[in-house]
Design a protein around this ligand. Structure first.
Ligand code: SF4
Ligand code: SF4
Length: 368
């Protein structure tokens, strides 16, 4: 039996090496890497190998970089065509990820409407992203243009210590009009990124204030991190992937033609190449099995999770090194307690907001 689960796959296609920014927490070299668009034949070969060997029933394709939109739009359209032609029987969703600091004009907006069902993933970070005020202004001008044009914008923000200097309600208002605001837990891989780690009590209080705002105000956005806990509590079931991607369903292609499982690790430590997965998928699968097994063996629950009242809905699904010596966990027990104590309200928000705004929960998901 294959180690890969074909019921739902997450497939990253990194279409550009290099970026116009150089964010502190980024696992790529940002603008220190020369801009290079991935060879189309590599993308084609990568997709075909996944089709032949996994044949997903459902799949989300994340179009990534570096900065995705440094690639020409006609190239991106060609990639989308290739995805649709390679996976004619798979229910697919294609979502581009971007930093939104380039020219957004009518052509761009029409492209997002036509090619990505009016949906875009946008990253923003407090103080570790923009080097000039002009970049920041451009970002928010572009964001407004997209929202005004009816594009569904999904914001991703890294949970890092500089964010905590911002008032959470101000952040909520900065993103008024978007469909979701999600928080990514920090991937600490060097001294610079480790230095960004927030104190878990301070982070938890910050997130709880935002969750309180979500609970008591009419917002355009939902909070996936909170909504997924609501789903777990409602269904009385632990769902994987609250803070890490599951290797058994995730594939990543780097612009240089190397291939691996989750995007962070694949950038640093790929497992194969497009040429090798086409020629010998079995060897790739063998290496993937080793990585997955090693993760299972090495993953151990933090002692806080053993006695946590939320273990039944969370499962302690959090990287061990994100815990600190405080009494809070990286996922915020305080927030989970709030959701549990107000489950009727959060359940209503889940039905009225999350199920409409979040691509993966929408009824019409995967209908291209
Ligand atoms: S915008 Fe994204 S890809 Fe570019 S440097 Fe920042 S985190 Fe990295
Ligand atoms: S301590 Fe945090 S990560 Fe652990 S089970 Fe509780 S809520 Fe989940």
């Amino acid at each position: 039996m294959s180690v890969f689960d074909p019921t739902f796959n997450v497939i990253y296609v990194r279409v550009v090496q290099g970026c116009n920014l150089d964010c502190t927490h980024c696992f790529t070299l940002g603008n220190r890497d020369p801009i290079k668009v991935t060879e189309f034949e590599l993308i084609e070969g990568y997709l075909k190998a996944i089709k032949e060997n996994v044949d997903p029933q459902k799949a989300t394709f994340y179009i990534h970089g570096g900065e995705t939109f440094l690639a020409p739009l006609d190239f991106l359209a060609k990639v989308n065509r290739c995805i649709r032609e390679t996976f004619p029987d798979t229910k697919i969703d294609i979502v581009p990820q971007t930093n939104l600091t380039y020219k957004v004009d009518d052509e761009f907006i029409q492209f997002i409407k036509d090619e990505y069902r009016s949906t875009i993933g946008v990253s923003w970070d407090a103080d570790i992203r923009f080097t000039t005020i002009n970049q920041e202004h451009r970002f928010f001008r572009n964001l407004r243009k997209l929202i005004d044009a009816g594009i569904k914008v999904h914001i991703a923000i890294t949970a890092q210590r500089h964010l905590l200097r911002y008032d959470p309600i101000t952040v909520a208002q900065m993103f008024d009009g978007v469909d979701s605001i999600d928080f990514e837990l920090l991937t600490a891989f060097d001294d610079k990124s480790r230095d960004l780690k927030p104190n878990n009590v301070a982070w938890s209080e910050w997130l709880d204030k935002l969750t309180d705002y979500y609970q008591h105000n009419e917002t355009s956005w939902c909070l996936p991190q909170v909504d997924l806990f609501t789903k777990s509590i409602r269904d009385n079931k632990i769902y994987d992937c609250k803070c890490n991607c599951c290797d058994q369903r995730t594939f990543t292609l780097n612009p240089d033609g190397t291939v691996g499982l989750c995007p962070d690790r694949t950038y640093i430590e790929p497992l194969a190449t497009v040429e090798s997965i086409q020629r010998d998928w079995a060897s790739f699968e063998e290496k993937a099995t080793e990585v997955i097994t090693e993760k299972v063996v090495q993953s151990h629950l933090h002692e806080m999770c053993y006695s946590c009242e939320h273990y039944d809905v969370c499962g302690g699904n959090c990287e061990y090194d994100l815990f600190d010596d405080t009494e809070e966990c990286p996922l915020s027990r305080k927030v989970v307690t709030r959701v549990r104590n107000n489950i009727e309200t959060f359940s209503r928000l889940y039905d009225e907001k999350a199920k409409i705004n979040l691509t993966e929960l929408r009824e019409d998901y995967h209908e291209q």
